[in-house]
Design a protein around this ligand. Sequence first.
Ligand SMILES: NC(=O)c1ccc[n+]([C@@H]2O[C@H](COP(=O)([O-])OP(=O)(O)OC[C@H]3O[C@@H](n4cnc5c(N)ncnc54)[C@H](O)[C@@H]3O)[C@@H](O)[C@H]2O)c1
Length: 313
Amino acid sequence: MNILVTGVAGFIGSHAAERLQNLGHSVIGVDNFSDYYDVKLKKLNAKAVEDRGVKVITLDLRTSNLSQELPNNINYIFHFSAQPGISVSSTFEDYFSNNILATKNLIDFALSCQDLKLFVNIATSSIYGLEATYPEDFPPKPASYYGVTKLAAEQLVLQKSREKKMISCSLRLYSVIGPRERPEKMYTKLIDLGLKGKTFPLFEGSDKHLRSFTYVGDIVDGIVSVLGKEAIVNGEIINLGTEVEHTTQEGIEAVEEVLGITIKINVIPKRIGDQLRTKANIDKARLLLNYNPQTTLLESVRHQVKWYKENFL
Ligand SMILES: NC(=O)c1ccc[n+]([C@@H]2O[C@H](COP(=O)([O-])OP(=O)(O)OC[C@H]3O[C@@H](n4cnc5c(N)ncnc54)[C@H](O)[C@@H]3O)[C@@H](O)[C@H]2O)c1
């Protein structure tokens, strides 16, 4: 199959592209290499996927006429690109343009692909709001520009299923961790600062936050399992993540255990919009996709530490 992966130089998109290529598909990846975090890391990810045979194209989904830039013989689209996370350095315009406008452009391109079987939108548990413990039909209450714009993007995609113009689904991911995790996120930051003997800035009260910390390999298992299931997943929202919850404090302790050190912590003011609890309800994913994530927190951290040491020490 001919597969388009957006956000291919990012954390999760790069893993998904590699997996799809390894499964024998012909994968084209696009990315605008935004400077939201160190572009060198994105180049490293892009190089790794290119080495596996993925064709990587530099393209900004906000501005480009995609039909002129991309082949239209695409069978599947996996849409990862986004302005991710909650960050003071990201403006409303960043979220609006990268999450909503870019998705609209991609949908317009998808509608021009005659052989498209499925458009897979990658969404987030942030759509649920401060507590994300619910099944997919629970009313969304996003508490950040990120969550609001990802909800809008999801609905733009699913609208096309409702109009019967495109077969699509949206997968809501929960706290993904593992090799290539974004540098501003908790585990990469803990490993980096811990190994350098520096202090980790902990948002006040966040040590008690609960998270479905899900290994990226388990997330990719769920994502690629939609291939061939278009009749089952069309128009559906599906949560993907582990049902096992850990506090942030337990996450810190897992990194300390793997590194064999104690990490110095500095408490900084709370982050507005930060989720208090995420626990993936995956009853629907089990039913429709036979989804069954198994990697433990400690195993995930071990993989991530290995990746960090191989690439940055
Ligand atoms: N990381 C998580 O824990 C997590 C959890 C839930 C959902 N998600 C979702 O998964 C997806 C991937 O997240 P990630 O953590 O890999 O983020 P990431 O920032 O590492 O990857 C996103 C990639 O998209 C690219 N991009 C951004 N705007 C673009 C544009 N306009 N045109 C082309 N490329 C563009 C970026 O350069 C980046 O390489 C996002 O949609 C995010 O909302 C992530």
